[in-house]
Write a protein that binds this ligand. Sequence first.
Ligand code: OOG
Ligand code: NI
Length: 317
Amino acid sequence: ASRGGSMSSNGDDSRQVAESFFRSVLGQMETVYLNRNPTPKSVLELVKSVDDVQLCYDHLAFRTFGIGGYGIDSLASFFLDYGYTQMDELRFPAKKLRALWFAPPDVSAIPGGSGVNGPLPRVFISELLVEQMSSQTQDVIRKYTETWPGGKKYAALSSALGTLPWEKPLSSEFEKLARESEYAAWTLVNGYALNHVTISVHRLKSHLNKIKKLNQFLEEKGFKLNSEGGVLKVSPDGGLLQSSTVADSISFKFSDGVTKSIPCSYIEFAERLVLPQYQNVPETEIQESHRRDGFEVGNADKIFESTNQGQLSRRTG
Ligand code: OOG
Ligand code: NI
């Protein structure tokens, strides 16, 4: 017997179900992020007030502990299951980090959709090389990642809910980690929460579609941008230009009852230039695929510092 017309599970329907589920999970991750971080929220509102057509995300970024199944893979599986493709690895030996980025499947934007309803973003996931840390730092990280195995299995769920997959730490443990790796301390208290979203600058329609103009505009409005190595980060090939705000701080109550201000998330901006081999393509025909793809170790190394104390305590100007 037929199960009937519109409810049949043909390929098109299942793709649509998967897409709307996937986008709503991204939307929840974004909601957690916007509720916690006033700066990204105001920056997005401000940019949308100037450029009201369609705001696209270049990428979303997450941090993880590379140990016992809690690393990149724990979160990547959600994106891989939806059709993302694993791309290049980036290494940061001094910070004891590695990262992978993932390219989105070929799914078109929801008509007129912005943000998580726009063209699907790339995904950048990094991990701390835990076994390269001091034994005291490793002990703290193991203590929180080894208690309950569910944490690594439900990484995406933890991110979408904004709930840590482990117990809240002691304030002394946070301090201990921060002295050795600010990334480690950040991850201990933020878990799988969205670290940043990145506005695709070249896809804006107003004069803000040049990153230098956008940076200037934001600084005039009083936003503090990450100045590590200069506000504008440029890849050696000149094709990838990035900048970011300094992370917001939130008040966090540790398990010992101590409340401290801790770094949370920031927002990034990326302009991807047209590749040399497509210089002759008419402007109206330029697609995202004609532009510089991927990430750049030198840029990323500086962008990581957006959550560091050195940037947070810096005065504007
Ligand atoms: C990621 C920093 C690197 C990029 O686009 O290169 C980055 C982080 O802070 O976790 O976002
Ligand atoms: Ni980024």
